[in-house]
Design a protein around this ligand. Structure first.
Ligand code: MGD
Ligand code: MGD
Ligand code: SF4
Ligand code: MO
Length: 724
């Protein structure tokens, strides 16, 4: 059966008398006062409480905003949301200062000075959108649709962003994923046939191994909360991190492992667990394939072998293997989240996923995530996308055969822009992303920008990427707009405005539709306004918009029965993967030695802090007030040997860049590592609070890519350190 869809013209005809309502410029969302007053959430004075969702990070906790006289005055966690359970982290609580930041961009901007000079003029939406559409269509006419690159970090209007990209006909899609979790996702897909099983919901959890997962600072409220509760119950936590993080401080055991050697540690755990027959043999027999091949491979990886590589004693490794197996199935080897550390990160992630399978903790500490990605929701009709003939600039799948297209390899895309091979890109449309800061090697990213005839950015601030753009399209902040609804577990949550948008800022749903229509892609945006879009999403569930607005959520039917089938070629958990061997990669977890720094150099580590999100929250005046300017962590003994004292200025140099930063001398880091907090050293002077604070680690990061998963290896940059 062919899919039917309504063309925009057909839709106009069908909707008859109301057709005028979707004509250009008529897309007027109702004011918050109108909507909320109708539901009784706020009174005539503009006071009340409105439920919505946080967007200070991708976790999207449910929140309840206290509004007074039409202004947000306080944000609290929604007790009914499975992530926040009534609590927001410090970033979530400070989110109102992102909305009220005096640096917000509140009208469209068009560049007037040289790129990067920061000179813009205010423009109307019509001017800015017409210009953007004209430039994009010019590029398409001259060089083909593939010459336009689109990039965005996951957000609730991703579907509409993808409609722009795929409707336009470009294969070039840059996401944050290869800078973040490609290694973990690809390992899970190949082992379990799913992206990321749910974790730590086990109330009897007894043992957890955290491999560089700093849950107490790199916060995911529900998982951070679950770990805290488990610690209070006496769970044993082993933290592998070259740095003494706040998670290490809360752990039973901190193992300052040598960077890049987590694979050796886990291979040795597998060696002991298989060698001493500590695995769950009935689970392995029923639900996995490839055990013999795995056993054969790991026989060589003894704890003694691993000790010399990891710098963790063989006895310790052997003990942890035995303790872990004894605690199973209430034991979890945590996959981590940002697993982009070394070129062997995929193998590390495979070893971790396989370890979980061997002890049979499925449906006890790990399970298939309930809910899926919004299957069951409606969406506006739309035509199929045009066929794309051109190859992708990130060389997926040709060079990265097991990397899913939706993950991609962003740093490779950037490098192909610079090389102009296999063809030259000419334009870049960027939304909710700061690649100038988040991609490794900032100098290279700016070089890629120089290759562009045109760059447009959708953001709420003049972030570092917008600073180098030709057009800036201001989105309304998450407290000022509607977004498509989001199912989480057995509920579907609504983001709704708690105040009206300030200035001329608009929702992404509005911006993409307006731009889409100008690009001749109106058929991909068949909704009259945000509310109409959400109504179409909710229609198959029989949920009215009004009923979801009151509480901020509605029930969402999910099938939550434990499953014992996996979406892999064999239908089982694949300890040995033919998909991998077919394309020339090791089919079972196998040792791959990572590069090591020369004697006088250090591993450069990066990692989140609780009071900042990525490259996006440093301008928040509340968060900034309580965050000291970040310093470079250096081991105390190393500092003493080199005559470096706490607070000294250091020059830090890698193969690709140099920064100056003050030092924090600490025993809490290995002698061969230094650490920098990401998200500082901004280039944009449009961020008046953040500008001039700290130094940028992306200046130093060398681009190294894991050949299997496409992950950027963020711990594999080596630096020299000199007092200045
Ligand atoms: N407060 C806050 N919370 C966040 C975010 C945020 O920006 N701020 N971002 C969210 C996002 S997008 C993500 S992906 C997650 C990331 O959360 P995590 O996965 O916890 O990642 P990071 O904090 O980037 O790094 C964690 C640790 O890895 C260590 N590390 C570096 N190299 C190695 C190595 O070779 N081996 C081992 N064992 N450890 C190593 C670093 O020292 C660091 O302490 O956090 C999420 N939560
Ligand atoms: N050195 C180093 N590099 C890293 C990492 C690291 O730890 N260190 N971490 C990696 C990881 S885990 C990740 S996930 C990536 C993240 O990389 P990015 O996604 O590029 O970084 P963010 O800072 O999350 O970018 C979000 C942008 O969205 C804007 N924004 C905020 N709210 C809104 C909104 O409502 N609408 C719109 N349109 N824009 C909004 C912010 O101003 C910001 O510019 O970086 C990766 N790169
Ligand atoms: S973890 Fe914090 S910043 Fe992220 S959504 Fe939840 S409250 Fe907001
Ligand atoms: Mo991330």
């Amino acid at each position: 059966m062919t899919k039917t869809y309504l063309s925009r013209r057909g839709f106009l005809k069908l909707s008859g008398g109301t057709a005028g309502a979707i004509a250009m410029g008529q897309f007027l969302p109702p004011s918050v006062a109108q909507v909320a007053a109708k539901s009784g959430l706020i009174n005539a004075r503009g006071d009340g409480f409105i439920p919505t969702m946080c967007e200070m990070c991708v976790w999207r906790c449910g929140l309840i905003a206290k509004v007074k006289g039409g202004r947000v005055v306080k944000l609290d966690g929604n007790p009914d949301h499975p992530h926040s359970k009534g609590h927001l982290c410090v970033r979530g609580q400070s989110g109102l200062m992102n909305t009220y930041d005096p640096d917000r961009v509140l009208t469209p901007l068009i560049r007037v000075g040289k790129r990067g000079e920061g000179k813009f003029r205010r423009a109307t939406w019509d001017e800015a959108l017409d210009l953007t559409a004209r430039k994009m269509l010019d590029i398409k006419a001259k060089y083909g649709p593939e010459a336009m690159v689109f990039s965005s970090t996951h957000n609730l209007s991703q579907v509409q962003f993808e409609n722009l990209l795929y409707g336009f006909g470009s294969p070039n899609y840059g996401t944050q994923r290869s800078l973040c979790f490609n290694a973990m996702i690809v390992a899970n897909l190949l082992t379990y046939g799913m992206e990321e099983p749910e974790r730590i919901y086990d109330e009897q959890l007894k043992y957890v191994i955290l491999t560089g997962r700093n849950l107490m600072e790199a916060i995911s409220t529900s998982e951070t909360g679950a770990l805290s509760e488990a610690i209070a119950r006496g769970v044993k936590v082993v933290s592998l991190d070259p740095r003494f993080t706040k998670t290490a401080a809360k752990s039973t055991e901190w193992l300052p492992i040598k960077p890049g050697t987590d694979l050796a540690f886990h291979l040795a755990l597998l060696n002991v667990i298989i060698g001493e027959k500590l695995y769950n043999s009935s689970f392995v027999e029923s639900y996995t394939t490839g055990f013999d091949k795995l056993a054969q491979e790991v026989a060589q990886y003894t704890p003694e072998w691993a000790a010399s590589i990891t710098e963790i004693a063989a006895d310790t490794i052997r003990r942890i293997a035995r303790e872990f197996a004894a605690a199973a199935p209430h034991a979890l080897a945590h996959n981590g989240w940002r697993t982009s550390n070394f070129v062997n990160s995929f193998q590390t992630q495979r070893a971790i996923t396989v370890l979980n399978a061997l002890v049979g903790n499925w449906n006890v500490t790990m399970r298939a995530a309930a809910g899926g990605e919004g299957e069951g929701l409606g969406k506006p009709p739309q035509p199929p996308y045009p066929r794309v003939a051109a190859a992708r600039l990130d060389n997926v799948p040709a060079k990265f055969p097991v990397v899913p297209l939706k993950l991609g390899v962003f740093q490779e895309l950037r490098d192909s822009i610079i090389s102009g091979k296999p063809y030259q890109a000419h334009g870049w449309f960027i939304a909710r992303q700061n690649p100038v800061m988040s991609l490794p090697d900032r100098t290279k990213t700016l070089e890629a920008f120089r290759k562009m005839d045109f760059i447009a950015t959708v953001d709420i601030f003049l972030n570092d990427t917008a600073w180098f753009s030709d057009v800036v399209l201001p989105e309304a902040s998450y407290l000022e707009r509607f977004d498509p609804v989001l199912p989480v577990g057995d509920k579907v949550f609504l983001r709704q405005p708690v105040i009206d948008p300030q200035g001329e800022a608009k929702s992404a749903l509005w911006i993409y539709k307006q731009l889409g229509e100008r690009l001749g892609l109106g058929d991909y945006f068949q909704y009259t306004d945000e509310l109409d879009y959400i109504r179409q999403q909710l229609a198959p569930l029989g949920i009215s918009l009004e009923s979801i607005q009151d509480k901020g959520y509605a029930p969402f039917p999910v099938n939550d029965t434990p499953t014992y089938t996996w979406n892999t070629p064999s239908g089982k958990i694949e300890l040995d993967s033919a998909t991998l061997s077919n394309v020339g990669f090791a089919s079972v977890p196998t040792w791959e030695a990572p590069p090591e720094p020369p004697a006088d150099q250090f591993y450069l580590l990066t990692g989140k802090v609780a009071q900042a999100t990525q490259f996006a929250s440093q301008n928040n005046q509340l968060l900034n007030k309580y965050a000291d300017e970040p310093r470079l962590w250096l081991n105390d003994k190393v500092a003493a040997d080199r005559g470096i004292a706490d607070g000294d200025w250091l020059e830090v140099t890698s193969k690709v860049g140099q920064v100056h930063i003050r030092v924090k001398v600490t025993p809490g880091i290995r002698h061969d590592c230094v650490y920098m907090t990401p998200g500082y050293g901004h280039l944009s002077q449009g961020l008046t609070t953040a500008f001039g604070r700290g130094a940028c680690d992306s200046v130093l990061h060398v681009t190294y890519t894991d050949p299997v998963s496409g992950s950027q290896a963020l711990s594999q940059t080596f630096v020299t350190v000199r007092k200045v």
